[in-house]
Write a protein that binds this ligand. Structure first.
Ligand code: ACM
Length: 696
């Protein structure tokens, strides 16, 4: 008995040590069980190359380890316990292809971090901070040997500051979080129809007339570049041309393809104003601007946009049409390709490599352009086959409000990829895209984090790291650690709800409603409101307060799955009962709680939908539990209920309707269940419940 007990304890210890809470998961990690006990006083020694950037990174890491352990680590005490052995500087600034590898060895006596470059050491320090673990014997670093390097060289986050301006401190805290997740490119979408967000000293009417005064000075830009470089992050600016360019023409209408005047665009979508690609003056203007920007931004890459040019101004302009005829350019695509080629000469002249969205991928595009796919894996694969360096963003649009799970499982080069090894190597990485239509400084963090962690791991960790359950365990822990940087992703939604309610005491029915709904994706959201959204729409409605990838949604999905896969029809049932009991009350409890508050009253129809689903869910569980047959109309009645709930009313999406649908089909087919054909039964229920369309 005692031996069994000892084996159990041992197994538990090994299990605990194996479950490191590292995100992204390192390429290899072997735990030893010989933990390093953290204590006040911790002598740090750099052994090999060191400089001020490395020292600052060590200091930041130690501060964060102190914050997590409530110990004073920075006070030297005794023999060196933490050795940072960095072999060389690497580049002055982070650049594509940096050696980001590192090794980290934690024994009971010491911690040794080894890297070839400062950037590698910076990555390893992030791992070290995540290792701090509380135990009943104090804080420890679990004994481990880690050898780590990224899977993809380009691991980016795009933030659109054109649709809504974001102050520098918002960008800084997001850069901190990117570094924590080992992301290494900040793609700064600096201009669009709704705003021109950077100071040009040579063409001051750009920001002077195109920004409402909301732009970054060159001094701020230089400061941010330094801040990012300290964290091993490159900054790539994007100036989106020839379309998405209204804000340029407010100050410089002469370079558009139709006469002005132009105003800053307040609406969202795709608009007509487009650069005139037929005039030399346009290229001279762009040369001046891009030359200035090329000096300001040290990164080798410059993004010229190139997406969503509707071509209407080109088609309507007889001079442009004549030009096309003369140059044998038959389509607007060909004209845009002509523009891109001339642009490429300018970009190269200023020492940069050009990046564009996948619309630039047309026959004749020079092979040294890097193409960023936002339209799908198909164009990524096409580009890689044709020889272009490729970046994937299509599945990683954060405004599409997908769950971490969906983002996590989208792989730039999935096992099913049709690409050869050589073509696969051309997929240099990818980027999450955070478009700015529905962002404020208050809600932006909650739209990026924690979901961006899922993509950070996909880009860094080996392709076979795909355990979603384990990802969520680590996401929760690391998401909380990100609050250290001042990120508002956890705090902001509650604060916004308190503000709408007008009290710190948010009524329970309002809390219940918000637990079970999520915001709609950007594309749908625009069609939901009686007044079309513009840049001036306050983003403080319940639809803005709600958060995506809610734990309650995940729980319903998991419980329905358990129920479907349990021959006894008991697994998951208790959790679903509790959920449905909570929901079934809402049509009685929510309206009085919302009464007198117009913003809350808007959600009464949704509360009624949720209550209907709650009661239907209770009914379905009883049918399943008691093996009842249902009446002929039961299924269609309940599907009608689902259809109502799927309609995008109130701005609040119900993210678990597909699982609910499965439950309804399970109930309807319960009496046909035969344990001998359990597998076929399950497959039939799943197939019958498959959605035609469920609004997301
Ligand atoms: C894009 O979403 N138009 C790049």
């Amino acid at each position: 008995m005692r031996i069994l007990f000892a084996v159990l304890i041992l197994a538990q210890l090994v299990f605990a040590a194996d479950r490191l809470t590292l995100l992204p998961v390192p390429a290899s990690a072997q735990t030893s069980g010989a933990d390093f006990a953290l204590a006040n006083g911790f002598t740090i020694k750099t052994d090999g190359y060191s400089d001020a950037r490395l020292q600052r990174a060590i200091d930041r890491a130690v501060r964060r380890m102190e914050a997590r352990s409530v110990l004073v680590l920075a006070r030297p005490s005794g023999a060196p316990a933490f050795i940072v052995a960095c072999k060389s500087k690497g580049g002055d600034l982070p650049q594509l292809g940096d050696d980001e590898s590192y090794s980290l060895e934690v024994t009971a006596q010491q911690v040794v971090l080894t890297s070839n470059t400062v950037v590698g050491a910076i990555r390893g320090l992030e791992t070290l901070v995540q290792l701090v673990t509380p135990t009943s014997k104090g804080y420890v670093l679990p004994g481990v040997v880690i050898h780590d390097q990224p899977r993809f060289a380009w691991r980016g986050l795009l933030i659109d500051v054109a649709r809504h301006f974001q102050p520098i401190e918002v960008l800084k805290r997001n850069l901190d979080a990117m570094a924590a997740a080992k992301m290494n490119v900040f793609h700064w979408h600096l201009s669009d129809d709704q705003g021109f967000r950077i100071e040009s000293k040579k063409l001051p009417k750009l920001q002077g007339m195109g920004s409402d005064g909301l732009y970054y000075t060159q001094e701020q830009v230089r400061d941010l570049i330094g801040y990012a470089a300290d964290r091993g992050i490159r900054i790539m600016p994007e100036f989106d041309i020839p379309g998405h360019s209204t804000s340029w023409f407010v100050g410089y209408p002469q370079f558009a393809s139709a006469p002005g005047p132009y105003q800053i665009e307040r609406r969202y979508g795709v608009f007509d104003p487009t650069f005139d690609p037929t005039r030399d003056a346009t290229y001279k203007f762009l040369d001046t601007f891009l030359g200035e920007m090329a000096k300001l931004f040290p990164d080798a890459y410059l993004h010229i946009g190139g997406d969503e040019n509707n071509g209407k101004q080109w088609t309507a302009n007889p001079r442009i049409q004549a030009f096309m005829k003369k140059h044998r350019l038959e389509t607007n695509n060909q004209l845009q390709n002509y523009f891109n080629k001339r642009l490429l000469v300018i970009v190269k002249k200023h020492g940069k490599k050009m990046v564009g969205w996948d619309e630039v991928l047309v026959p004749g595009l020079p092979k040294d352009v890097v193409v960023q796919s936002w339209r799908g894996l198909k164009s990524l694969d096409e580009g890689a086959k044709e020889g272009y360096g490729m970046l994937l963003s299509a599945p990683y649009y954060l405004d599409a409000m997908m769950s971490s799970q969906q983002l996590y499982l989208a792989d730039p080069v999935p096992a099913t990829s049709p690409l050869t090894a050589e073509e696969r190597a051309r997929v240099i990485g990818g980027e999450c895209a955070m478009w700015g239509e529905e962002l404020t400084p208050a809600n932006i963090d909650s739209r990026i984090w924690p979901r961006n962690l899922a993509v950070a791991e996909r880009f860094w960790s080996p392709a076979n790291v795909t355990d979603v359950g384990d990802y969520y365990r680590r996401e929760d822990a690391v998401s909380v650690q990100l609050e250290h940087f001042g990120l508002q992703h956890i705090a902001a939604p509650d604060r916004a709800l308190r503000s709408l309610v007008g009290s710190s005491d948010v009524p329970a029915p309002v809390q219940v409603l918000m637990k079970y709904v999520e915001p709609y994706r950007l594309g749908l959201r625009h069609r939901l409101f009686e007044v079309r959204q513009t840049e001036q729409t306050p983003l403080t409605s319940l639809a803005d307060v709600g958060n995506v990838d809610q734990p309650a949604t995940r729980e319903i999905v998991a419980n329905v799955d358990r129920l479907l896969n349990d021959a006894n029809f008991t697994a998951g049932a208790a959790g679903l009962q509790a959920t449905f009991a909570e929901l079934a009350q809402l049509d009685r409890s929510y309206p009085p709680a919302a009464s007198g508050n117009p913003a809350l009253e808007k959600a009464i129809p949704r509360a009624q939908d949720l209550a209907g689903l709650g009661r239907a869910g209770q009914e379905a569980l009883t049918i399943i539990n008691q093996n009842q047959a249902v009446s002929a109309t039961w299924l269609s009645d309940h599907l009608a209920l689902l259809d109502r709930a799927a309609k995008p009313t109130s701005g609040l999406n119900i993210g678990w309707l597909q699982s609910f649908r499965t439950l309804i089909f399970m109930a309807a087919a319960r009496s046909q269940y035969d344990p001998l054909t359990q597998k076929q039964w399950r497959e039939k229920v799943t197939a019958d419940a498959a959605p035609k369309t469920v609004h997301k």
